[in-house]
Design a protein around this ligand. Structure first.
Ligand code: JEB
Length: 234
């Protein structure tokens, strides 16, 4: 299966980075195909206007619905198709999680709608919900200037789960937040040299005793999780 990823943004250059690294390899291997689009290509005025003042007043500008609707018509089509997943990154979205990444990794087509300014006219989202499967997702409780960085983060989390993307898929199963895994943070990692700037790798990790190593790692994960993410232990 090839996953098609479309990105609608007034800064399509953000997505040039997808040609690099593992994701670039996934494109070369035909696992994913990536299309970035400039929303301004669907404007018709001299200034290629995509925003206007908010109805009801308030600070900032709101993205006009017209360019989005015409871009949808051109990129996705005018017929409803629930197999198309349209993602609106937004501060008011549902928190994006590993399980959402897992679900999206099985989808054949994803369209990211990257807003800017104070956000997108709500009728765009309402329209999209009549046509496709819509996800309003948030990366977390902090403020970005637009949806592009979130779209890149979601892309990486999703594409790495596509069968055939990662060299050793077994490693995915062991990662924190993977399905079936206890909700624990990753234990501290070490590699050679054994001694570095007066600090040594914990002896147990050099013991070759797999039972003790597993026990040490679990204890470290429990301590770290209790300290940093007590919410995961509820
Ligand atoms: N996902 C996600 C996000 C965003 C985010 C996503 C899309 C847009 C489009 C515009 N802004 C600026 C903006 C700022 C403040 C209020 N409203 C809008 C966006 C912020 N911020 N933080 C996240 N976790």
């Amino acid at each position: 299966m090839t996953m098609r990823l479309d990105y609608l943004s007034i800064f399509p250059g953000y997505f040039d980075v997808l040609d690099i690294s593992l994701l670039g390899k996934a494109v070369d291997n035909g696992l994913v195909e990536v299309h970035a689009h400039d929303l301004r290509d669907w404007t018709h005025d001299r200034h290629r206007t995509v925003d206007d003042t908010p109805c009801g007043g308030g600070a900032g500008m709101v993205m006009k619905p017209d360019p989005w609707g015409e871009a949808f018509d051109g990129i996705i089509g005018i017929e409803p198709d629930p197999s198309v997943h349209v993602i609106f990154p937004t501060p008011s979205g549902i928190p994006f999680t590993q399980s959402a990444a897992q679900e999206l990794s099985t989808v054949e087509r994803v369209v990211f709608c990257c807003g800017r300014y104070e956000g997108i006219d709500h009728r765009v989202i309402d329209y999209a919900r009549t046509m496709w499967t819509v996800h309003e997702l948030s990366l977390g409780d902090y403020v970005l200037n637009g949806g592009e960085v979130a779209a890149l983060a979601i892309t990486e989390a999703v594409v790495r789960l596509i069968p055939g993307f990662m060299g050793n898929p077994e490693s995915l199963a062991e990662e924190s937040f993977s399905p079936g895994q206890e909700r624990l943070l990753e234990y501290p990692l070490f590699t050679r040299p054994v001694s570095w700037r007066g600090m040594d790798v914990p002896e147990v990790l050099m013991s070759g005793h797999h039972g003790r190593i597993a026990e040490w790692r679990r204890e470290e994960s429990l301590l770290l999780t209790r300290d940093r993410r007590p919410d995961l232990t509820d």
